[in-house]
Design a protein around this ligand. Structure first.
Ligand SMILES: *Cc1c(COP(=O)(O)O)cnc(C)c1O
Length: 340
């Protein structure tokens, strides 16, 4: 039986669900892994995760479809990206097929927590991995735990019809060189000061510029940017130091193959932003959230389409993407993993 939650008023927060998955790596091998009920983790005070921040994560969602199934969206890409993150932080790769299996097990075991179709909420799934044994010299741990938990979530950006106003951050995101494209705690730790500063000043998020020249648009705290030109082209920043968003890659495909749009994946200069007709933030958590205003000190850029509601092109992209995710629009081969 579905849990008794007020699904449509959920925010983006953590609610402990009944089951999570755990697998441990020791003596060079992963154990069998299992579903467990304990949400707590007890570790050595000297564990690698606490000392040298050896921790990585992923984020994806499970959806209730129109016809009563539960599915998730392109989990193979999350598995592959987590493998990349693990390699970059000298952690063992959790096999990609086992990653998908673990995600499916957690969703199935917690199916009463999957928000119903049409509620506007979804089940957010958080796979993560950390170094667990004591490490005092600077080196990677040799024991790890891979976990997956799930929590029901509502929209990432609250406020209903309120436009999303962001600022150009005065801080560099400061992802250590070469880590911008992995999903790891260290990149987020270095962004927390910037996000708290932005929130304190009344902004919903930051627009980060490239730290070298501060002329190019990178991404926001946890989402990539998409822009729509006045003649309806989708433009999205290309950079080696932003996270390769699965949502963004999917939107690029949907724009081209479902909506027949022109798609440009290229460096985007901040100077161009004032000329775009629409601007959105895209990611698993943000889905596609329209941006209404971008502030850079004395310069205020209003994106007319984002002030009251989503711009028309953003709306088409949103409806097509979420239609694919929730089963009302046929998905490209291999995009939807049916769980139950
Ligand atoms: C997760 C994340 C995104 C969005 O990626 P998705 O795969 O679409 O969820 C964008 N930027 C950063 C920094 C992220 O961590």
């Amino acid at each position: 039986m579905k849990k008794d939650l007020d699904w449509s008023s959920l925010g983006f927060g953590y609610i402990a669900t009944d089951y999570r998955y755990s697998s441990k790596f020791k003596d060079g091998a992963w154990d069998e892994g299992q579903l467990i009920t304990d949400s707590m983790i007890t570790l050595s005070e000297c564990a690698g995760v606490f000392q040298y921040a050896q921790t990585i994560f992923e984020g994806l969602k499970a959806y209730s479809t129109k016809d009563g199934h539960i599915v998730c969206f392109r989990p193979d890409l999350n598995a592959a990206r987590m493998a990349d993150s693990a390699k970059r932080l000298e952690m063992p790769v959790f096999p990609e097929d086992r990653f998908i299996d673990a995600v499916c097990q957690v969703v199935k075991a917690n199916q009463d927590w999957v928000p119903p179709y049409g509620s506007g909420a979804t089940l957010y799934i958080r796979p993560y991995m950390m170094g667990t044994n004591p490490v005092i010299g600077v080196k990677p741990a040799n024991e790890y735990e891979f976990r997956v938990f799930a929590t029901p979530v509502g929209p990432y950006f609250k406020g209903g019809a309120k436009p999303i106003v962001i600022k150009v951050s005065d801080f560099d995101r400061a992802a250590p060189h070469g880590t911008g494209h992995i999903k790891a705690g260290l990149n987020y730790a270095m962004s927390l000061h910037a996000i708290v500063t932005a929130h304190d000043e009344g902004f919903a998020e930051n627009m980060y510029l490239d730290p070298e020249s501060r002329t190019k648009v990178e991404e926001t705290g946890g989402a990539n940017f998409i822009f729509i030109t006045k003649d309806g082209t989708l433009v999205t920043p290309k950079s080696d130091s932003i996270l390769p968003s699965i949502t963004r890659r999917s939107i690029m495909y949907v724009a081209e193959h479902y909506l027949g749009m022109k798609v440009e994946h290229r460096p985007v200069y901040f100077d161009e932003v004032k000329d775009f007709a629409e601007c959105g933030l895209c990611g698993t958590a943000a889905v596609i959230s329209p941006v209404g205003r971008i502030v850079n000190h004395d310069t205020v850029i209003d994106i007319p389409a984002g002030m009251e509601e989503m711009g028309p092109v953003t709306k088409k992209l949103y409806d097509t993407l979420t239609g694919i995710q929730m089963g009302s629009i046929e998905a490209p081969e291999g995009w939807i993993k049916k769980i139950c």
